[in-house]
Design a protein around this ligand. Structure first.
Ligand code: ZN
Ligand code: ZN
Length: 555
C-alpha cells in the first residue's frame, strides 16, 4: 500500500508517475485503477489527463491497482500483482459520487443540448386503453428513444446517436454502480509494441496484442440522421457545372449541425454553402488537385459560425431522353456507394472526428457526411447522403481493407510485418430469420459498412447566403472570379441593403484578394452573420472599402 499526495486539480498523470516509481510495471496501458478490490477498473493511460477532482476521488480514498509483474527471462507464467494506493488529497471536498464521470472535452453545442434530454417518445391514447384521461398503461406509456418497434413503425433504419448513447448509459446504470464510458471506438490494430512474454509482432503475438475477430453487421445507429440543404438553389448551382460541361463535380459542404426533431434525439447537418476546391473533372470521375487556400476558406467559414460538415459529388449521366432525366445507376442491385467511395468516406470521417465526453478517448466516430448526387429510380437528379460505420473507420485505420475491381465489394488485405488481419465475418439474417455468419475473406459487400441518412430541403427556406457571384475554380467552364464580376456585384448590392454581398463565394474571394483590412473584413462577416445594417454602414465608410471600390473602378 502506497500513499500518494495530490491536490484537487492535480492531473492523475502526476499521481501515476509517482506510483510507477514504486511498482515493477511502468506501462500505463498495463496498469488498471479501480475503486474496489476485485474490480479491474480503468486502464491508467485513459485517465492521465483528468484531475483528481474530475475523477471524483476524495481525501484518503483507497484505489486498487492491478498490473502484470514485469517478466524476468526465461518466460514463465505471468503472475498478476496487485497493490493499493491511498490518495491523499487534502483540498478535495468529500464527494458523494465517487465514480468516474464523463470526460471534460469541448463538444459541439448540439451534443451538449441533446445530452441533457431523455428523448422519451409520447404516444397518444390508444383504443386498447381502459383508463381515464390522466391514466397511462402499456399501450400509451412513454417509449425510450431507442425503442426498436417504434423505429420500425416509423420506417427509420437507424436510431439516432444520442438515442444509442442513452441506451448504453441505461444498460451501464443497471449493470454497474460505477461510471463506465459508454462509447469506445473499435480498434483493429495489432499492438506493435507488445512484448508480453514474446518479441513484438511479427516475431511474436499473444492474445493481448492481437486484434479480436471482427464481425461486421449493419450499424444500428447513425451519427447524423438527416442532411438539409438550406436552399435548393445551392444544390442546383452545384449541379449546373455538370449540366453545362458534362463532367462530374466535387464540393465541400459547409454548414452546421442542429437538432432534427423528426427523429428522437436526432441531429441534422444543415448545408449553407458548397465550396468547389481545385479539381479536374471527367465524364466518369474526378481528380482532386492541391487545395492551397483551404485554411483560408475554413477561417472565413469559422468567422461565420460554419465548418465542414461533409462532401458531395455528382455521378450523373444523361439518360438521352431529352427530358432532363438521368440514368439510375445506384440502386439495391448495384451499389449506393462504391468501394472507393466507402474508403474515401471513411478517411474523411477519420480526419473529422466527433468529440464526445462519453467516449474513453474523447472522440467517437464522426458526423462528416458523404452526399452523392445521382439519378433516382425515376431518373430524377437526387442527393443521397451516407456515412460509413465505426467498423469501417476502424478497418481503414488498421489498413485492413482495399478497393476491389467490383464496386460493391471490398477486399481484405493479407497480414504483413506491420499489419495483422484477424478473421473477419459478416452476419446477416437469412430468409428463415436466422443470423448467418459468413467469412468475409477475400472480399465482402460494401453494404455492411454503410449507414443511410435522409435528405431534404426546407419548406420555407431561410438560407444564410445570397447567390450570384461566380463559383471558384470554374475557369474551365468560363466562369471567372474576377474584379469586374466583384464590381458588378457591389454595384447591384446597393439596392437591397448589401444582401448580395452575403455570398460565401464572394466573401472567400474578398479574403483572397486581401484589400480589406482584417478588422474591416471581420466587420463584413459580422454583418453577414447578424445583418445589423449599422455594421454595413460603418464598413462602407472605412478606408479599406474605399480602396476596394477604387481598385474595382480601375478593373
Ligand atoms: Zn393507455
Ligand atoms: Zn502480445
Amino acid at each position: 500500500m502506497f500513499r500518494v499526495p495530490a491536490l484537487a486539480d492535480t492531473k492523475f498523470k502526476t499521481v501515476l508517475d509517482e506510483l510507477v516509481g514504486k511498482i515493477s510495471c511502468k506501462d500505463l496501458d498495463e496498469i488498471f485503477i479501480g475503486n474496489a478490490p476485485n474490480s479491474k477498473g480503468e486502464v491508467a493511460s485513459s485517465i492521465t489527463e483528468r484531475t483528481v477532482s474530475e475523477l471524483g476521488i476524495k481525501n484518503g480514498e483507497l484505489l486498487f491497482v492491478t498490473y502484470q509483474a514485469s517478466q524476468v527471462a526465461p518466460p514463465q507464467k505471468s503472475s498478476a500483482d496487485a497493490a493499493t494506493i491511498q490518495i491523499s488529497s487534502g483540498l478535495v471536498p468529500p464527494l458523494i459520487n465517487k465514480s468516474l464521470g464523463p470526460l471534460s472535452v469541448q463538444q459541439l453545442p448540439v451534443d451538449d443540448l441533446l445530452d441533457g434530454q431523455d428523448g422519451l417518445i409520447k404516444r397518444p391514447r390508444s383504443q386498447l386503453c381502459r383508463h381515464g384521461d390522466k391514466g397511462m398503461c402499456e399501450y400509451c406509456s412513454l417509449l425510450p428513444p431507442w425503442d426498436k418497434k417504434y423505429r420500425e413503425e416509423q420506417g427509420f433504419k437507424h436510431m439516432s446517436y444520442h438515442a444509442h448513447l442513452n441506451e448504453l448509459n441505461e444498460q451501464n446504470k443497471n449493470s454497474s454502480s460505477s461510471y463506465i464510458s459508454p462509447l469506445e471506438e473499435p480498434d483493429y490494430n495489432i499492438d506493435l509494441k507488445c512484448n508480453n512474454g514474446h518479441l513484438p509482432y511479427p516475431r511474436g503475438i499473444c492474445s493481448k496484442c492481437q486484434p479480436p475477430v471482427i464481425t461486421l453487421q449493419q450499424q444500428q445507429f447513425r451519427m447524423v440522421d438527416h442532411v438539409e440543404f438550406s436552399d435548393s438553389g445551392i444544390l442546383n448551382t452545384f449541379i449546373d457545372s455538370w449540366r453545362h460541361t458534362g463532367v462530374q463535380r466535387f464540393g465541400i459542404l459547409y454548414g452546421h449541425y442542429e437538432p432534427f426533431e423528426k427523429v428522437p434525439l436526432g441531429i441534422k447537418a444543415v448545408v449553407e454553402a458548397i465550396y468547389e476546391p481545385p479539381q479536374h473533372g471527367e465524364t466518369d470521375g474526378i481528380t482532386l488537385l492541391a487545395w492551397e487556400n483551404e485554411e483560408q476558406v475554413d477561417q472565413v467559414a469559422q468567422l461565420l459560425g460554419l465548418y465542414k460538415v461533409g462532401i458531395t459529388f455528382t455521378d450523373l449521366t444523361d439518360a438521352g431522353t431529352k427530358n432532363a432525366k438521368v440514368l439510375c445507376k445506384r440502386h439495391k442491385d448495384s451499389y449506393f456507394l462504391s468501394c472507393l467511395e466507402v474508403l474515401m468516406a471513411a478517411r474523411y470521417q477519420l480526419t473529422h472526428p466527433n468529440v464526445s465526453k462519453h467516449s474513453k478517448s474523447g472522440n467517437f466516430s464522426s458526423k462528416f457526411v458523404t452526399c452523392v448526387i445521382s439519378g433516382g429510380l425515376q431518373g430524377d437528379i437526387e442527393p443521397r447522403s451516407y456515412q460509413v460505420s465505426t467498423s469501417a473507420e476502424a478497418l481503414v485505420r488498421a489498413d485492413i481493407i482495399t478497393a476491389s475491381t467490383q464496386p460493391n465489394q471490398l477486399y481484405i488485405n493479407k497480414s504483413d510485418d506491420k499489419r495483422y488481419v484477424p478473421d473477419v465475418f459478416y452476419s446477416k439474417i437469412n430468409e428463415y430469420g436466422l443470423e448467418v455468419k459468413t467469412n468475409a475473406k477475400p472480399a465482402f459487400p460494401v453494404d455492411f459498412l454503410l449507414v443511410t441518412l435522409l435528405d431534404s430541403f426546407p419548406l420555407e427556406p431561410t438560407p444564410m447566403f445570397a447567390s450570384g457571384f461566380a463559383i471558384e475554380n470554374r475557369d474551365f467552364m468560363g466562369e471567372l472570379q474576377e474584379l469586374r464580376a466583384a464590381s458588378r456585384l457591389i454595384s447591384s448590392s446597393r439596392e437591397n441593403e448589401g444582401r448580395l454581398l452575403v455570398d460565401f463565394h464572394f466573401l472567400v474571394f474578398l479574403a483572397k484578394i486581401n484589400v480589406l483590412g482584417s478588422a474591416e473584413f471581420k466587420l463584413l462577416l459580422k454583418y453577414a452573420k447578424e445583418r445589423n445594417i449599422d455594421d454595413l454602414h460603418l464598413l462602407q465608410q472605412s478606408s479599406g472599402w474605399m480602396s476596394l471600390l477604387t481598385i474595382l473602378l480601375l478593373a
